[in-house]
Design a protein around this ligand. Sequence first.
Ligand code: HEM
Length: 511
Amino acid sequence: MTLLLPILLGLLAFLIGGLYLLGGFRQRQPGEPPLDRGLIPWLGHGLEYRKDKMKFLERMRQKHGNVFTVQLGGYFITFLMDPFLFGAFVKENRERLDFNKYAIQLVHQLFGYKSSGNERQMITKSSHNHLMGPGLEILTLSMMTNLQSLLLKNVVPSSVQKTWIEDNLYNYSYNIIFRAGYLSLFGNVSHRSEGSLEKDKEKDISESEALYYKFCTFDRFIPNFAFGGLKREKKREAETARAFFWNALSIQKLKTRDNVSKWVCDVHQAIMEMGINESMVDRLMLVLLWVSQANTGPTAFWLLLFIMKHPEAMAAVKGEVDKVLKESGQKVLHGGPLIDLTCEMLKKMPILDSAVDETLRLTATPTLIRAVNQDMTLNMADGCKCVLRKGDRLALFPYMVVQTDPEIHPDPHSFKYDRFFNPDGSKKTDFYKAGKKVKYYNMPWGAGVSMCPGRFFANNELKQFIFLTLVYFEIELKNPHDEVPDTDLNRKGFGVNHPLKDMPFRYRPRF
Ligand code: HEM
């Protein structure tokens, strides 16, 4: 008995200490938002959040109001569910609300890249130089060339017989835009390797196709990598897919390619100069591939699908495409030259711009997260204050709070191609809630320090894809009355939604 008591007391102390560390005794302090720890220590509401994030956040909003803190997988995360509070998140000093800390952890989990701490700054600088301004024009030109050779690869133009080609719309859109984007950013097969231009092209086409299917396999693991929920067998499969890309995008392989974009070259060179070892550099290349490709393909699918499902949108977009083509003095002719789709032409397409924004409003669901670096008080737009604890996280989920709020966007689940378009041709930016103008009314690209630096390029890629598809092909859904597919709940919070099923369609050349 004398021995048993200290053992039991020790165990109790251990248990209490453990629970304390797992946040089991945390209480809401004055000024802090309502706290909901959930029943399971450390995990908190993790399972419910993972199963259906929107349902969970709605439940919490009903229970606690627009600001609350929940425990999710070891973190206490405060969600701001009112669009008028977003400014406090976006504008807060980055020393206090830190994106870097969160990003470092995430890229390690997803891509195996261990950060030295300064890469983001370097990538941001390089992105500003090469994904915007004059650099954007060069990249867009390269995209146009690659896009046309992929779009037209299966097509045998004939003035006599125009045969329909059948495919599935998601696979078709993602496949084409992934491969054209990959070739534009990571370069083409070296012209020295195959000996003739035709053979180089064929190799680009076959290699990029294999890479696309591997990428889809890898990308399917992304939510599980993030939540750490992979069983042993699946984990091995996921790690093999990841390692495939470290090798495929390695410095040694990139050195043998032509036309590697300045964006990739610059990041490459800068990271080598930082003294990072080669195997880590290869991993960073996977980060660049993923951020540049994982959202553009699914968006291209939704955009084309929404346009095809809405005849009035198709008529308006096709009318704009034809007008811009005509004004450029070009025509699609049997045996004629390829279309020269310039950045200037892309800038003259407000209707298509609005259709892209509307597609992203309906399908882009990123969760924006910052690490709280010190105990602090967040000053809200409504004059309230919100006390946050060091070590916690602050999060926004704009898809739910702004993009599908019926007050800001009436009939929020319908696709309206002209929602972001004023009758005078300018971009519509006036959206209101409770009579007040909402500044952050659509946030597919994130906001503040982590706002997507590739957004102008992505926008151009999407417009090029639609423009060229509509001028070169007649397209139709095989089952036009099929509903727009539901989305995979597992992907909510990771960027653009994935459909649960594909949509069969067919196309044939117009020329
Ligand atoms: C439809 C396509 C795209 C969407 C919806 C999208 C969306 C986003 C979002 C929401 C973020 C911020 C993530 C966060 O705050 O946690 C982001 C970051 C980023 N995106 Fe994009 N993106 C797209 C395409 C691209 C493309 C084509 C590129 C490059 C060529 C690119 C490069 C980046 C980079 C480098 C970051 C990291 C920024 C940082 O760490 O500060 N994105 N993107």
